[in-house]
Write a protein that binds this ligand. Sequence first.
Ligand code: PDD
Length: 283
Amino acid sequence: MSRIVYVNGEFVPEEEAKISVFDRGFLFADGVYEVTSVLDGRLVDNGAHLARLQRSLDELRMASPLPMAEIEAAQLEVVRRNNLVEGALYLQVSRGAADRDFAFPKDAKPSLVMFTQAKNLSANPAAEKGWSVITIEDIRWKRRDIKTVQLLAPSLAKQSALDAGADDAWLIEDGYVTEGTSNNAWIVKGGMLITRPTSNAILHGITRRAVMRLAEEDGIGLEERFFTAEEAKAADEAFVTSATSFVMPVVRIDDAQIGNGNPGAVTMRLRELYFEEANGRKG
Ligand code: PDD
């Protein structure tokens, strides 16, 4: 069954969804995006995703194609028209179509595209087993806090991980873990959560922020600080967070087994807390 895709104000079958070859998202990766998870047909933590979208647009001096409230109305309509119960809603804004020139175009209209992806998020079998990750040099640009569609470096890292028989890669800069290819990285040592502080070096994850709050409410301690791959390999537990993986255990880093090689107790507790909250408080 063909999906209904949103393109610049229209809801069209995916085969008919078209963007210009002059679109700056295509020519310059001059675009930003958000991925919001959908559970029970409802958007999870979408207000926070739209706030981050606004921040990404501001940082790139890009106009919003619509007021945020209208973007949200369109998001809900895409979910509804596709009868999406569980999965993800992808949204992308680019600076629009204009003849190729490095300078910003004067009168281009930003483009807005949205589509759904059905996925099994709550009963994801990968969460029972946990992920293996490899470590790889972080070759991305220096503004990773902006959620741009410039995703070639993480795509290369993800493919290297799959080629090595792993599930994902943790990116290393100056000896420290920055984040996963499309998720934030965490370790647990002595019952304490450790994750890198936010800066321009990582994406300020919406799931990361929710998990921090849930941990605090549950009395789980947190240290926001840098950690190395070596420290991670000696941790009791490891996991990643993102809108599509929620809290995903990591049970192997390169050749090192983490803990007893099974998803850790603190990790699974946080995963459970995340679902409890997502089921009760959506939108
Ligand atoms: N990725 N770090 C990076 C580099 C990411 O691309 C993502 C999200 C995250 C987690 O952010 P959040 O919790 O807000 O999803 C961290 C999305 C899911 C993606 O590209 O598909």
